[in-house]
Write a protein that binds this ligand. Structure first.
Ligand SMILES: [Zn+2]
Length: 616
């Protein structure tokens, strides 16, 4: 392990000013000195008023690395309550006020950008007089101030969002600040941060990339890739008892349970990994204030930082434990891992357990229980049969597996396709008594009967969607359809990796409601179905030295898992408005249950269908 002597503000002061000695004159002030002198934290934050790094000492070094002559890239993989946005903001302020330079800020979406502008950037500007004077006022005669760009003497601050290549085209700046980069999806043109960086090449050694994010899925995380590419710094603190140095780890957090098994978060303590001394919040916070960054690898221009919420002096251990217990109860430990620990969530090696899913089957009160408003179907095309799975969906994508059917026959002959017509014209009885049509069906074109499937989709017309899987790990769950195929039909490309990861994650949710999956007690959903549903696991492989996450079949048949993915894709294609559907169901049920009212004209048929279709 290599130690860099940038241990505290004075340390980095020396190191940074020293680094300038032979290159160019050092800045008049370091960004951290400028921030304490000029910057104010707007009200509404934990500690409003002048910036003081005593409670967030870990912000000093990355902030000052922005002017280190050998540093071109800074990556923050930080958790909640650590101030990673604030650290980026102070750097931006420094390059407005002290060393004017053009800058580009990037957010995942336009909405994220306006939230950032209104909730973070504008309050900092208006509470910091030296910045307010410089950033052009809206409608001022000189300068620009709008949702795309703001000007100040000596530069422009430009805004772009990753989902929109048009906001990036033809614009570049030497200082680049991408925020929440794990929310960026790759566009046809590539990964936005790479594109911005390439475009900034003309600025030479003025170039600086300062990115930040909480991480997401292991193997598919931009910020973790960035952290691993850098020198991997962690905040080391000394044990108040034994004096040994260590960085904070969740595995060292401990708390008691009552005799009845109830957790007691208020007893939470941090346990020293060397001497097992227990630290309370006071001892932990004091040690954090005296901490320092230590890198695991040599510095070669890219400083990367990992910091969990445990290292925040604004959080009590009790509250972090409560958050852990809540997320665990709702089957969403991924959020805790990503947001609090600032670590990626590993899907690898996690196999779903067919026994526990089989054990939670339930009796439905109707074919489609209340709470579900949309029925989808999916067809898997095998050489000697078609397999059809029917599912229902409610608010928050709560999911009910409804029915399963197999049609055997010769796929070259029309007979089996006629039987498929009947299967897709099937109606389902809702708990309210309404009869529901299938709102949409996805059918796989990937087998040996692609042309037959195209013909069928063309004949059926709207409501049957041809699909094919995309092997790219970054592919979105469903892409816009293209017609460039032999059948000239709308063909939807599915992001198989994301769909499978979603299905697996949803199966772990234990509370009904958002994302929960219901399984019926029915002969169609037998033990074999559950074995198929849990037939795949995610494993890590190294292909020519590069880490890859690969889905691995643990048994030959996995149609139930595939069909669940196709149904989920169908829901995303239909994109129904569940709030609207809920209102419609309530109205229909009301008019059905009140015979005293004058009779309204009846619907032409007892069934109806929601088409939602956002792309169709
Ligand atoms: Zn110790």
């Amino acid at each position: 392990m290599m130690t860099i002597d940038l241990s505290n503000k004075d340390g980095i002061h020396q190191a940074i000013k020293g680094a300038f000695k032979y290159l160019k004159p050092p800045p008049k002030r370091l960004p951290s000195e400028w921030a304490e002198e000029k910057c104010r934290i707007p009200s509404g934050n934990a500690i409003p008023g002048p910036v003081r790094f005593a409670n967030a000492p870990y912000q000093v070094e990355p902030l000052n690395m922005t002017v280190h002559p050998d540093c071109y890239r800074i990556s923050l993989m930080w958790g909640a309550q650590t101030g990673k946005s604030q650290t980026q903001l102070m750097s931006i302020g420094f390059f407005i006020d002290q060393e004017p330079s053009s800058q580009m800020v990037m957010q995942p979406t336009q909405t994220d950008m306006s939230v950032w502008l209104n909730a973070k950037f504008e309050p900092m500007i208006t509470s910091t007089p030296s910045l307010e004077d410089k950033v052009a006022k809206a409608r001022a005669r000189e300068g620009v101030n709008n949702q795309n760009m703001k000007s100040y003497p000596g530069g422009f601050l430009m805004f772009a969002w990753a989902g929109s290549p048009s906001t990036q085209r033809g614009r570049s700046a030497p200082k680049i600040f991408p925020d929440e980069i794990d929310g960026y999806t790759k566009t046809a043109e590539g990964y936005s941060v790479d594109l911005l960086w390439q475009r900034a090449a003309t600025f030479g050694d003025q170039r600086l990339l300062f990115e930040s994010s909480t991480p997401t899925i292991k193997g598919n995380s931009n910020i973790e890739n960035a952290f691993e590419a850098g020198d991997q710094r962690r905040w080391f603190i000394d044990c108040p008892d034994c004096g040994e140095s260590q960085f904070l780890k969740w595995s060292q957090v401990t708390w008691q349970k009552a005799d009845d098994g109830e957790h007691l978060p208020e007893t939470a303590m941090y346990c020293c990994e060397h001497c097992a001394a227990l630290w309370n919040d006071g001892a932990r916070h004091k040690a954090i204030r005296l901490g320092r960054w230590i890198a695991e690898k040599p510095f070669r221009g890219h400083a990367s930082y990992h910091l969990p919420e445990l290292a925040s002096t604004f959080r009590k251990l009790k509250d972090i434990v409560i958050s852990f217990l809540e997320k665990k109860a709702s089957g969403d430990l991924q959020t805790f891992t990503n947001v609090s620990l600032a670590e990626t969530w590993a899907l690898e090696g996690e196999k779903q357990d067919p026994d526990s899913l089989y054990a939670r089957r339930e009796h439905y009160s109707a074919e489609v229980p209340s709470g579900a408003y949309v029925v989808t179907a999916a067809v898997d095309v095998q050489d000697d049969r078609l397999e059809i799975q029917y599912e229902a969906w409610g608010e928050g994508e709560e999911n009910w597996k409804v029915a399963f059917d197999v049609l055997r026959g010769d796929l070259n002959k029309p007979e089996i396709w006629k039987r498929l017509d009947a299967a897709l014209d099937r109606k389902f009885k809702h708990e309210t008594g309404l009869m529901l049509d299938i709102a949409g069906t996805t059918i796989d074109t990937g087998g040996h009967y692609t042309q037959a499937v195209y013909d069928y989709v063309k004949r059926r017309g709207y409501g049957v969607f041809a699909i094919k899987g995309s092997s790219s790990q970054d592919a979105p769950i469903v892409n816009r359809p293209t017609k460039s195929n032999l059948g000239k039909v709308n063909l939807f490309s599915l992001g198989v990796h994301k769909i499978k990861a979603t299905i697996m994650q949803r199966s772990r949710i234990l509370e009904t409601g958002y994302g929960y999956v219901h399984f019926p007690i029915s002969e169609e959903f037998d033990r074999e179905w559950f074995d198929q549903y849990t037939a795949e696991e995610l494993v890590t492989k190294y292909v020519k030295g590069i880490r890859k996450e690969v889905w691995n079949k643990t048994r030959p048949r996995n149609e139930a898992f595939d069909l669940s993915g196709y149904n989920y894709a169908c829901l995303r294609i239909l994109n129904p408005d569940f709030k609207q559907l809920k209102r419609e169901f309530e109205q229909r049920q009301f008019s059905k249950n009140t015979p005293d009212k004058p009779k309204k004209p009846q619907q032409p048929s007892g069934s109806w269908v929601n088409t939602g279709g956002s792309w169709l």
